[in-house]
Design a protein around this ligand. Structure first.
Ligand SMILES: *Cc1c(COP(=O)(O)O)cnc(C)c1O
Length: 736
């Protein structure tokens, strides 16, 4: 995009006014605010740069929140700044492009392929949405996936509305103390600075929904957040009329006990359906992500029985026909379970309206309906009340079919009706601008609209390796700059000695092979696997000719002591004289930290205990940015790796003895690192270019770029699930 200003002389000759003098400061301000209030800006680098140019320092300090930034300025100050920085054209352009995006929908993929969903959209439910670092209503993978899903639905123009919760404290902020122990802090989000407004019913009135429990009535208001063409509705219990403790019900993401949890899930599922109804939206499909929102099915059943006079069994079939359920984890603790008492307290009134007994209700969430010893499992409810269920990678499909085989005891495992649609990432949100420009140059700009189609990145082999390497290294420098800034800030905050702060300012070597590892510190992700064999790793990292360095980040759940121990172990490696300049831990992993890391690393490492990683998406973000994956053959990598497009740890098998398994994977990790990754990276030609490495990167981009994009994922969901569920085709989804 051209950033040059149009000179006044270029204004139409018959105009007595210059090009922009009719723009009052207020009108200019309103344009900026309109753009800031649609998260569309968050995946448009030229608009992000525009906001940054308004005040680079505050932009960073305010977590890249344009509403907060604009709120600090008067329209006159904005106009002054726009004049100094020659921003008028860019502001106009951003505003115009947003409007064009919202209005020009005729040529979109969705207009051609998903038109039938138009009046009856997909209702996409998720407990978290990770859209941008300035909107803290996510904790990790599920949230970022949901955010990427709705962004791609927006890009493709698939008719979809999203339902979630507004957490006014979100997930915690992480700091490490001098011992390397995780400290959690919850900050209040300023609602005024969020890109949302009260959602309204067809008559224009703000909406409050009510849910009856045995213990009284719960209220929630509904917010509307605009994410491009998609409307995201967020329920919020901080409402007058709720008891004080209930006003805090939706304050924190994954905080509180099981009672908090069931109440949050009641609001998300039942409340979500009520909110849609209040707004006059009739979904054609309900897409439930994870068991959290599965209570939605019961409320939709109640609607069908009440509105259409359907008997219970028929309502159940009808709802199941329209419901798509996605399970996102094979880890048992990831599936919510509630005891009968909590269930009756919260679902009792709805159960009565459904005309079913306590035992019948409990049966819907049990593998064996009559088994009184079984608690109510939200995933079981989701699986029973959906005709189409899926896992999030091929391998996770196998694991899920085995895991839930007892629900269909009369079927062999291959016929368990759980298919898979592998996760993908929203490319425009994760791709570094300079890399995108390189693709524009060599692939033509067509790739922007075809990014989910096979073959679209095959032209990558035409890119000049030297130009590619230069772009990659520029991104790597940007990452190191970010790391140095964050690490020195961390040291200063802990009041460390000046020598340590000074060292932090120069930490890491721009020429060294740089490996990133960032994710939740759940123990099955084995963040400390690479230091099981500390001697080998020290030798490897310390090789003067071929140095290697690591950047770590990630939060442990506040109740996960072993996870926190892993963090401590890694953070404290900075005190080991052999490793101190080679390993850093960046606090407070979030979308911003993730973006810097995945855009700048040479290698992305992932070593979960197979097969516990359902899919994983962080490695997918690395692909188009020119990094290589170095990972256990688990989740998405098990179907992505072809021997030439990255590196594998292990052979895709897992020993049943956990200790043996870990030991074997640790040995393989060091071996592949020292025998394959390091030599390939340091194999240079006369100009210093690692041509074989670059070739592997090109293989990665060509074979994985489109396949693991969220555009491909949303197209798959639309074709394999949404259209069928909306159209009433009765075959079950078995996409294998
Ligand atoms: C992408 C992302 C995740 C998910 O990554 P995994 O590969 O599932 O570990 C988690 N947190 C953030 C902030 C992300 O950007």
């Amino acid at each position: 995009m051209s950033q040059t200003e149009l000179p006044p002389s270029a204004a139409p000759a018959d105009s007595t006014r210059s090009y922009w003098t009719d723009v009052t400061p207020q009108a200019l301000y309103d344009k900026c605010m309109t753009v800031a209030r649609n998260l569309w800006w968050s995946w448009h680098p030229e608009v992000i740069n525009l906001f940054r140019d308004l005040d680079p320092v505050r932009w960073r300090q305010l977590d890249h929140n344009p509403i907060a930034l604009l709120s600090e300025m008067t329209p006159e100050q904005l106009a002054q700044r726009a004049s100094e920085m020659v921003l008028y054209t860019r502001i106009n352009q951003a505003h115009r492009r947003l409007n064009e995006y919202l209005n020009n929908t005729n040529t979109t993929w969705g207009a051609r392929h998903a038109g039938v969903l138009g009046s009856m959209p997909v209702a996409y439910f998720s407990a978290e949405f990770g859209i941008h670092e300035s909107v803290p209503i996510y904790s990790g993978g599920l949230g970022v996936l949901s955010g990427d899903h709705i962004k791609s639905a927006s890009g493709l123009n698939v008719p979809l509305v999203a339902i979630g919760l507004f957490y006014d404290q979100g997930y915690f902020k992480q700091q490490l103390n001098t011992e390397g122990w995780q400290q959690e802090e919850y900050l209040n989000t300023n609602v005024e600075e969020m890109p949302m407004e009260p959602a309204r019913d067809p008559k224009g009135r703000p909406i409050t929904i009510e849910i009856d429990t045995r213990d009284g009535r719960l209220l929630a208001k509904v917010w509307l957040m605009r994410v491009g063409r998609i409307k995201l509705y967020l329920l919020d219990c901080d409402v007058e009329g709720n008891r004080p403790e209930d006003r805090e019900l939706t304050s924190r993401l994954y905080g509180g006990d099981t009672r908090t949890r069931i109440r949050q899930e009641l609001v998300l599922g039942v409340g979500g359906v009520k909110a849609l109804r209040a707004m006059g939206i009739t979904p054609g499909v309900y897409h439930l992500n994870e068991g959290h929102s599965a209570f939605a099915t019961l409320e939709v059943m109640r609607e069908r029985m009440h509105d259409d006079g359907l008997p219970f069994d028929e309502a159940l079939r009808e709802v199941a026909r329209r419901t798509v359920f996605t399970t996102h984890t094979p880890v048992p603790a990831g599936h919510d379970r509630f005891d009968g008492k909590l269930m009756e307290e919260h679902l009792g009134p709805l159960r009565e309206k459904l005309g079913i007994s306590y035992e019948q209700l409990m049966g819907l969430g049990r593998v064996e309906p009559q088994n009184e010893g079984e608690t109510f499992c939200m995933t079981v409810l989701g699986l029973k009340l959906s005709r189409r269920a899926n896992a999030v990678s091929n391998l996770h499909g196998h694991v899920s079919r085995r895991m839930w085989a007892n629900l269909w005891p009369w079927r062999v495992e291959e016929e368990i009706p759980i298919g898979h649609i592998t996760n993908g990432v929203h490319i425009p949100s994760w791709l570094a601008y300079p890399m995108a420009q390189l693709y524009d140059k060599y692939l033509g700009t067509e790739w922007h609209i075809r990014m989910g189609e096979p073959g679209v990145f095959e032209g990558v082999y035409n890119i000049d390796p030297g130009e590619f390497w230069e772009t990659h290294n520029a991104l790597k420098s940007r990452l190191l700059e970010f790391v140095r800034r964050r690490i020195s800030r961390q040291c200063r905050r802990r009041n460390e000695e000046e020598s340590l702060i000074e060292a932090a300012r120069n930490v890491l070597d721009p020429n060294a092979l740089t490996i990133g590892f960032a994710r939740r510190f759940a123990t099955y992700k084995r963040a400390n696997l690479f230091i099981r064999d500390i001697e080998t790793i020290c030798e490897l990292l310390d090789d003067g000719n071929r140095p290697v360095q690591f950047i770590f980040a990630g939060k442990a759940h506040p109740a996960d002591e072993p996870g926190k121990k892993f963090i401590q172990e890694i953070a404290n490696l900075r005190h080991d004289s052999r490793l101190k300049d080679r390993i850093v831990f960046i606090e407070d992993y979030d979308i911003n930290v993730a973006r810097h890391l995945i855009q700048g690393v040479d290698v992305w490492m992932n070593n979960p205990r197979r097969p516990l990683e359902a899919s994983g998406t962080s490695g997918q973000k690395v692909v188009l940015n020119g990094g290589l994956n170095f990972s256990i053959l688990d989740g998405w990598w098990a179907e992505a790796y072809n021997g030439k497009n990255g590196f594998a740890i292990g052979d895709g098998k897992a020993h049943i003895d956990v200790e043996k398994n870990d030991q074997r994977d640790a040995e393989d990790l060091s071996r592949v690192l020292s025998e394959e990754v390091v030599p390939l990276f340091y194999d240079r030609d006369a100009f210093g270019l690692p041509l074989k490495w670059i070739d592997r990167v090109f293989n990665s981009i060509a074979t994985l770029g489109a396949q693991f994009s969220a555009h491909r994922m949303v197209i798959d969901y639309t074709e394999k699930a949404y259209l069928i569920a909306a159209g009433g085709v009765t075959s079950e989804m078995t996409q294998r």
